[in-house]
Design a protein around this ligand. Structure first.
Ligand SMILES: [Ca+2]
Ligand SMILES: [Ca+2]
Ligand SMILES: [Ca+2]
Length: 255
């Protein structure tokens, strides 16, 4: 009863102030990259892919890239166990010779790939240089509830230096999708830069807000006897876990 009343109160407390998700978009030259970097917080980690073995052509012999530890992200294609790879071609790279490609490790041309933060984190900002000269690279950002938050487009690499794109999101991003469907399908980018945020453990419906939907998410886990609902870590899911969640909820998050 108490719980239901709390949930109803929280719902009304939040109903009037649902924040609109926003991507601040930066597209263009190194000037735009610098502006993006400043908006993203300054010291942004970058992956140049120069530490990898790249394939010099479209033969899939490059290193598979399943994780980028320096950026705190994992990568995947739509096929289980198949990853983006590394393409080596100084004519198109933004740094050195190597670039991240959708084909360099066994994936077929036209493959999409996803970039996802490690557990407990969300994507706050992402920037990259489009290397491929045959088309614009579109990247879609998705929220944890599966909704698409927006997209950015890095222009085809015509050598004029206007092929950067990045965003800073006001809403936690669960993953981004690099679309693989342009040009001849062999697509490549470079100098991937990512800023992550920390997910507050109480924020179960991940949106950097505490409201009815978080309580609802906990109650769903509780009702399903999901082991994650065992907040007291005693192997039993019972009232004390609900109490622990509500106590954590009332302590709030460091936003
Ligand atoms: Ca590079
Ligand atoms: Ca939430
Ligand atoms: Ca328990």
């Amino acid at each position: 009863m108490l719980l239901r009343r709390l949930a109803v109160l929280l719902f009304f407390a939040s109903a009037g102030s649902i924040a609109l998700a926003q991507l601040a978009v930066f597209q263009g030259s190194s000037v735009d990259e610098a502006a993006w970097r400043a908006a993203a917080g300054g010291a942004v980690p970058i992956e140049t892919f120069e530490g990898y073995v790249g394939t010099p052509d479209t033969t899939p012999t490059g290193d598979p890239v399943a994780i980028l530890p320096g950026l705190g992200v994992t990568l995947e294609t739509n096929a289980a166990g198949v990853f983006p790879g590394v393409y080596a071609d100084a004519a198109f790279a933004h740094s050195g010779v190597n670039q991240l490609s959708n084909f360099g490790a066994g994936a077929p041309p036209f493959s999409d790939f996803h970039v996802r933060p490690v557990p407990g984190k969300y994507l706050r900002a992402i920037g990259f240089w489009q290397c491929d000269p045959q088309g614009d690279q579109i990247v879609d950002a998705y929220a944890f509830n599966g909704f698409r938050l927006g997209s950015i487009t890095a222009r085809a690499n015509d050598g004029s230096g206007g092929n950067f794109a990045g965003f800073v999101s006001s809403h936690p991003v669960a993953y981004v999708r690099f679309r693989g469907h342009f040009g001849d399908g062999y697509n490549h980018i470079d100098d991937l830069q990512i800023v992550l945020g920390e997910i507050c453990p109480v924020d179960l419906a991940v949106d950097n807000r505490l409201d009815f939907y978080d309580v609802q998410a906990f109650l769903s886990m509780f009702a399903a006897a999901d082991p994650r609902a065992d907040l007291t870590e005693d192997g039993v899911i019972n009232f004390f876990d609900v109490q622990a969640y509500l106590q954590a909820y009332s302590r709030g998050c460091p936003w």
